[in-house]
Design a protein around this ligand. Sequence first.
Ligand code: ATP
Ligand code: MG
Length: 259
Amino acid sequence: MDIIKLKDVNKIFVKGNKVLNKINLCIKEGERVALIGPSGSGKSTLIRIIGGFEKIDKGLDSKVEIMGVDRQRDGKLLPESKKINSEIGIIFQQFNLVGRLKLLTNVLIGRLNKTSNLNSFFYVFDKKDKLIALEALDNVGMLEFAHQRASTLSGGQQQRGAIARVLAQEAKIVLADEPIASLDPASSERVMKNLIKLNEKHKKTLLVSLHQFSVAKKMFDRIIAMKKGEIVYDGSPKDIKKKDLIEIYGVYDADEMLT
Ligand SMILES: Nc1ncnc2c1ncn2[C@@H]1O[C@H](COP(=O)(O)OP(=O)(O)OP(=O)(O)O)[C@@H](O)[C@H]1O
Ligand SMILES: [Mg+2]
């Protein structure tokens, strides 16, 4: 089943600048997809549109479908698709956690849509929620930090906390927008391994935007490359050729990137 489907999606913020130009895209349940492309190519906009943070432009045939439900159509976010929100977990480059709250509470926030309105208003969680959150922290190797304030954790630890929150949310789809952009190589590797585990062990569909082509190539089954608002490559990392990289990045060291 196509869990994410975009049809003829356009996005213009400022007249004359097509940020997304007729994007057609299908992602199947359980796929692990890297989204690459130079700065300004539209990766974040695409992720934000799938996440429901940004509206697509009007267009009679345009739509975004998630898990078989129309989420956006003809420039409108459909209110009836709100129930899908809980199925989409999102991890950004930074500021994923509320700094003044304990890590455990941050992870529990992922469970808000599973508790009653009143309980969620007061941040009251039951034992089952806490067990799920603690298990999620254990999964990303962060159990020992459960009671530490999020603001006192390193960037990599915070990202792993964000992954735990998505796990606790029990979302089927995980979108991550440059999750390792501000991390050192060792932390990046740990965060990426945890993200991959979400796909391999927990069977989540994964769409991750990355600037590191080498990471995309090594860890993902499918690469979608964007340039100036269009998809210019969609396929296996194995099949990416030097000419594709030159087209995507306009680079000089394409040989090096392929090795
Ligand atoms: N809210 C907005 N208002 C106006 N222009 C915007 C807005 N959001 C994005 N853009 C423009 O859309 C284009 C694509 O931006 P986007 O953030 O999607 O690119 P990106 O591929 O994620 O880049 P990066 O790799 O630098 O994160 C850019 O030209 C950007 O300036
Ligand atoms: Mg971006």
